[in-house]
Design a protein around this ligand. Structure first.
Ligand SMILES: C[S@@+](CC[C@H](N)C(=O)[O-])C[C@H]1O[C@@H](n2cnc3c(N)ncnc32)[C@H](O)[C@@H]1O
Length: 208
């Protein structure tokens, strides 16, 4: 059995994202460096579906890039929902805002420029949904910083949680941090979780 073929099959049989997101992907690939930072269809549609189920009034994204995941989350949020996005790349914020301005869900999104740990210090809870997708070496720090701000029953979604398999033999700081976070969550009695081997890994965590 070829797992790449099965991945492709699942992508093909997942409903398409809206036209605007397809355009955002195309423009990210033509205009931005490291376009593969963008999470893509499987994660985007999963975020939209989980958000639609959760109906968060307030959500937080750590690592927005060109806004693909932010718009996917916003799509699933109620009309009066608000999503704060942390991002250090001003060009990515400017790029994303041009798409937020054209989306019926863009008004829900507020990008904040600056290192996420500094931004989080200025925020008050509660958040019903948090998506962690910034620099991997800070993953454990992001988790500990946001957990007190998450509502009871709130969902934390951690992307790239298998980090291209590097968690099995951690060498670099980023490998070590992602692995430490996964191991901590598995023993953390403040939360319950399920760690999914989807794309580059998705760790789904619900706060008690
Ligand atoms: C993997 S990309 C995010 C992809 C995006 N969530 C998506 O699915 O399209 C990670 C982003 O985190 C940003 N970033 C890196 N370090 C950061 C930090 N300390 N605080 C906030 N954002 C950071 C990077 O500039 C980059 O745009």
């Amino acid at each position: 059995m070829d797992f790449q073929d099965l991945d492709d099959y699942c992508i093909e049989t997942t409903q398409s994202e809206p036209e605007l997101l397809l355009e955002l992907v195309e423009k990210t690939y033509s205009d931005m460096g490291y376009p593969n930072k963008l999470s893509g269809k499987t994660i985007g549609r999963t975020l939209k579906l989980l958000t639609r189920l959760k109906q968060p009034k307030r959500a937080l994204e750590i690592g927005m890039f060109t806004g693909y995941s932010a718009l996917s989350i916003a799509e699933g949020m109620p009309a009066d929902g608000s999503l704060i996005c942390c991002e250090t790349n001003p060009r990515a914020i400017e790029f994303a805002q041009t798409f937020f301005d054209r989306s019926p869900h863009g008004h829900k999104i507020t990008p904040i420029f600056g290192p996420a740990l500094e931004t989080i210090e200025t925020l008050e809870g509660e958040f019903d949904l948090v998506f962690i997708d910034a620099d991997k070496r800070n993953y454990l720090n992001y988790y500990e910083a946001v957990l007190p701000l998450v509502s009871s029953g709130g969902l934390i979604i951690i992307d790239n949680s298998i980090w291209q398999g590097r968690v099995l033999d951690p060498q670099e700081n980023s490998d070590i941090a992602v692995n430490q976070l996964n191991r901590l969550i598995a023993q953390d009695n403040r939360v319950e979780n399920v760690h999914l081997n989807v794309r580059d890994g998705l760790n789904l965590v619900v706060k008690h």
